[in-house]
Design a protein around this ligand. Structure first.
Ligand SMILES: Cc1cc2nc3c(=O)[nH]c(=O)nc-3n(C[C@H](O)[C@H](O)[C@H](O)COP(=O)(O)OP(=O)(O)OC[C@H]3O[C@@H](n4cnc5c(N)ncnc54)[C@H](O)[C@@H]3O)c2cc1C
Length: 307
């Protein structure tokens, strides 16, 4: 079922139908903080007293250069707004390079790099940071190269590594140097066995190995998981490597295990919520359904009851 939902997340036809339908909106709102910046920023005000936030303008896989440029401009305006509202000491942004042109057939990497540079300059002016999300494995080399290029001028740019990829332990070792910010997640795409671990046990074991490398390194680990077992292991590894509470952070998705996010924050841990917003919610939402079959039942029940 997971593979089917992830395949459906790539369907442009389904995406068009779903994003135009108002019927599914109430269910989508559990995971997405509104369609526009004012609504998202209102949500950020509500949670930023307790937690840190990374704000994501939804959109990915664009094949239109102008759309990629509009997305970069929208991020720049968002960052200016966050600065005006005094939020940039607690709120950063996350970006997907495929929304900035990486998937364009000609010069995609260069276009995405230029657009990402514009966002990083705006973040620097606003006094905050940017984390570059990781997408499917065909983009990993390009994404890591763009992160390296960005870090020449903006050394605080965060990278994301996915524990389900076989290569990730080596990438963690490479990216665990001083000043490096690395978000470690399990990975949300349907990847072949040639490049990825396919069983939960293997993925979790890889997550622990990768996390140990990051915790023992000189960078700043961002532990992106809702998995209670991995959260306990992360605390243990942080203690073992002598890290104080400000020297790593937990990250979780808006709408997922909200009570656990509050519990950790109230217990004095650094917790950052990943808050997505925008009209192009469909692929993001489908990946959230794929992660948990109960979400699909919830979605279908709401869909049936509103039709
Ligand atoms: C802050 C953040 C940023 C991320 N960025 C990326 C990225 O750039 N690239 C990428 O590939 N992936 C990204 N992910 C997604 C990640 O790869 C996983 O797909 C997702 O986090 C689920 O894995 P898990 O570690 O929570 O463990 P799981 O084993 O999937 O889940 C553990 C428990 O968490 C709860 N849970 C998990 N997911 C859901 C859900 N959707 N709905 C309800 N409950 C749920 C359930 O109780 C579940 O039993 C990100 C995740 C987070 C938290």
């Amino acid at each position: 079922m997971r593979a089917g939902l992830i395949a459906a997340s790539r369907s442009r036809v389904l995406r068009g139908v779903a994003e135009r339908s108002s019927l599914v909106r109430p269910v989508v709102d559990r995971f997405v903080a509104g369609v526009d910046a004012p609504t998202a920023v209102a949500t950020v005000h509500r949670i930023a007293g307790e937690r840190l936030v990374t704000l994501d303008l939804l959109g990915e896989d664009t094949r239109d250069r102008q759309q990629a440029e509009r997305t970069a401009q929208a991020y720049q305006q968002l960052l200016a707004r966050l600065a005006d509202e005094g939020l940039t000491d607690r709120v950063e942004v996350s970006v997907k390079l495929s929304a900035l042109g990486q998937a364009l057939p000609r010069d995609g990497d260069k276009i995405a790099l230029d657009n990402a540079r514009g966002i990083c300059s705006a973040a620097a002016a606003a006094g905050t940071t940017v984390t570059v999300d990781m997408e499917d494995h065909t983009t990993t080399d390009s994404t890591l190269q763009i992160v390296r290029d960005l870090r020449v001028d903006f050394p605080w740019v965060g990278a994301v590594l996915q524990a389900y990829l076989r290569r990730t332990e080596a990438d963690c070792a490479e990216l665990s140097g001083p000043g490096s910010r690395v978000r470690l997640c399990k990975g949300a795409y349907d990847e072949p066995a040639s490049v990825a671990y396919r069983t939960r046990r293997e993925v979790d074991a890889s997550y622990v190995r990768c996390l140990r490398t990051l915790m023992n390194g000189a960078g700043y680990p961002m532990v992106a998981t809702h998995d209670p077992r991995l959260i306990t292991i992360a605390e243990h590894l942080a203690r073992q490597s002598g890290r104080g509470r400000g020297e790593f952070e937990f990250q979780m998705l808006f709408g997922v295990r909200e009570q656990e996010q509050q519990r950790l924050a109230r217990a004095g841990r650094q917790v950052r919520s990943y808050v997505p917003f925008g009209r192009e919610w469909y692929p993001y939402f489908m990946r959230r359904l794929a992660e948990r079959p109960a979400n699909l039942a919830f979605f279908l029940r709401s869909f049936v009851s509103t039709t």
